[in-house]
Design a protein. Structure first.
Length: 629
């Protein structure tokens, strides 16, 4: 399910799988309005009075399937990414609100905040885009089957062994948001989704009123109240200088935990005056389990200066109190339910390089849409991140060195994933890093890596951007992982996502393509190598050796590397290259197998890798067509 703000009560609604029937007309029908577009996107005139309908296509990527609900800010529909078969939720601004620049700005802020976040406790946001034909501004998120916490407060478990891990999980998610400079400001049971109805799979939603922590930027809804009255912090009601920060989410998180402990909303006032008085007097903790009361009391200090100031402090208090470390549930296995078949299946050609010589040399690289396979589950359970503070004594004086060793072990253990850890650096007594790559279950892969690192060194911040990988590649990826190259890489790509456009100098004429900057650094190793391309669950070998690739498909760059000629790539989706290093020859049927692979291929490939000293490195990127051009 997914949700948005209910027009009557201001709360998030989650509906059963059947959903509601969409209203025959919008709640109020204003004259047709031209929607002002986000910065950097050209304005277009929407179809007069047009609403989304099942079957609509948004930017040639997302197909609208089913209406779910309408809220105070927008409608929510179920859809599917036709390139990956991933189910998604599509949040569209209501026409009657489209002319309000404050609401538009709030909508964009929600997307800017959430598309940069990746954490098991946060519902993943995919993209903010404009549909040029319909003139619709929309946000795409993952589609999660779950229950709104508000609707089950009276029935969920409320013992310390359950509430401790629940509170820690939400604190971990909020910490990830705070690390990117955004706070939620509306933490309440309405904004917590229980995936599968379970507290240990809680997910935070609706960052729509998040406030940027940059003091030079104004809050979208002003500096006054934002959030639901029963769960806001005193500073949101005007006390203590109105200073909102991470400590504000600390206060509201404690009230959410109190609501679960008591089976109902805590008595924090129903009018503004009463709410201020109740916060000054202090919350009633009598219904909370005894082990949690000291932590909740520290989180609910009315004065932010005396309160636990960060989610790091909350997590440390939880771990020190022993209410989560010993009772956190083991991560459940990813869901494997079959998904709808892929839409389309048309043949696409992707040629490396734009020059005549490169195109002729590599014309044999054709990408064929494969038989539909199970994509990553949008509702795959999010894994619990193990406590970090209890591992501090195990880390060496140099947490970065400990982190590097743990990364090497963890990468090879990630199922059906090719992950890249970058910018690993010291962060207090722990480490921070950027995580990229691909995985069949990106959320579970990230959580597993964080757990593995947390067993050695505290993980303070993760900037993650892991893309969804077709499951048909799992066998090949896991085989390549067994002979993964270590140390500096020969192969690199400038960035993970590339927008498609029509270019006068493109080797594909008027067809849209992305000009992807892919580099080889021949100085890294003197090994021979070959290149294999991956797209749509299929692989194709170039059949070229090191010398042929450098002479024909790449050009020397000023910094000593070699850049792929042309670099124009057609077709939106996840694409990749595998560079196989060692002694040749590199038989095409062995380095670019038919997918999905079988045990015979794995045996033959690993035998060749042993005898010929093969090592594999991979890069992955996404081409997309999201901006009208």
């Amino acid at each position: 399910m997914t949700g948005d703000e209910d027009e009557e009560g201001g709360r998030t609604i989650f509906v059963p799988a059947g959903g509601h029937e969409p209203p025959s007309t919008p709640p109020t029908a204003p004259p047709p309005t031209v929607v002002p577009m986000p910065a950097g996107i050209a304005a277009t005139t929407p179809a007069a009075g047009r609403r989304l309908q099942p079957g609509d296509m948004l930017n040639h990527i997302f197909e609208v399937r089913r209406y779910i609900t309408a809220g105070g800010m927008g409608e929510v529909w179920e859809g599917v990414n036709t390139h990956t078969d991933e189910r998604v939720a599509i949040k569209v601004m209501l026409p009657q609100l489209a002319a309000d620049p404050n609401i538009q700005a709030m909508f964009r802020k929600e997307a800017r905040t959430l598309t940069r976040l990746s954490h098991p406790a946060l519902v993943a946001y995919r993209v903010l885009a404009i549909e040029p034909t319909l003139g619709i501004l929309y946000i795409v998120t993952e589609f999660v089957d779950g229950t709104n916490l508000q609707d089950v407060l009276a029935s969920v478990p409320r013992d310390a062994a359950t509430l401790g891990p629940f509170m820690r999980r939400l604190a971990e998610g909020l910490r990830a948001a705070h690390a990117l400079g955004a706070i939620h400001r509306d933490m309440s049971p309405d904004n917590v989704l229980l995936e599968g109805g379970k507290l240990d799979r809680a997910r935070i939603i609706d960052f729509g009123i998040a406030k940027d922590l940059d003091p030079h930027k104004g809050t979208i809804v002003g500096d006054g109240f934002a959030g639901k009255l029963g769960y806001v912090a005193p500073e949101q009601l005007g006390d203590f200088g109105r200073e909102v920060g991470p400590w504000t989410d600390v206060y509201s998180l404690a009230l959410v935990v109190l609501a679960v402990a008591g089976g109902r909303a805590p008595a924090m006032g129903v009018t503004l005056v009463e709410a201020v008085d109740r916060r000054r007097a202090g919350a009633d903790l009598s219904l909370a389990p005894e082990p949690l009361r000291p932590i909740l009391a520290a989180m609910l200090e009315p004065d932010p200066a005396r309160r636990l100031r960060s989610m790091d402090a909350v997590i440390e208090a939880i771990d020190r109190g022993g209410v989560a470390a010993a009772t956190s549930p083991a991560p459940p296995k990813p869901a494997t339910a079959p998904r709808p078949a892929a839409v389309g299946g048309n043949r696409r050609i992707w040629l490396i390089g734009g020059g005549a010589v490169a195109a002729a040399a590599l014309a044999g690289i054709a990408w064929l849409a494969s038989t539909p396979t199970d994509p990553p589950s949008a509702s795959a359970p999010a894994a619990q991140v193990a406590p970090a503070t209890s591992t501090a004594s195990a880390a060496s004086a140099d947490p970065v060195a400990s982190g590097r060793a743990a990364v090497t072990r963890a990468l090879s253990a990630a199922p059906c994933a090719w992950l890249e850890v970058r910018d690993l650096k010291r962060d207090g007594d722990g480490v921070s890093f950027a995580l990229g790559g691909v995985a069949a279950d990106p959320v579970a892969a990230q959580a597993g890596l964080q757990r593995a690192l947390a067993a050695t060194v505290p993980v303070r911040r993760v900037d993650a951007d892991v893309m969804a990988l077709p499951r048909s590649l799992c066998g090949a990826i896991e085989t390549f992982e067994q002979v993964r190259a270590t140390g500096p890489s020969l192969l690199s790509v400038e960035k993970p996502r590339w927008e498609m456009d029509r270019r006068a100098d493109s080797s594909f004429g008027d067809q849209k393509s992305a000009r992807v900057a892919i580099y080889l650094d021949p100085r890294v190793s003197g090994d021979d190598f070959t290149l294999v391309g991956w797209e749509d669950g299929a692989a194709a070998a170039t059949g070229m050796t090191r010398k042929q690739l450098l002479d024909m498909a790449f050009s020397p760059a000023a910094d000593g590397r070699a850049m792929m000629k042309g670099g124009d790539i057609t077709g939106a989706g996840i694409k990749g290259f595998a560079l196989i290093r060692g002694r040749g020859p590199f038989p095409p049927d062995l380095v670019a197998p038919t997918l999905p692979v079988g045990p015979d291929w794995r045996t033959r490939f690993l035998a060749a890798a042993r005898t010929q000293g093969w090592r594999v490195e991979m890069l992955w990127f996404q081409t997309q067509d999201l901006t009208p051009n």
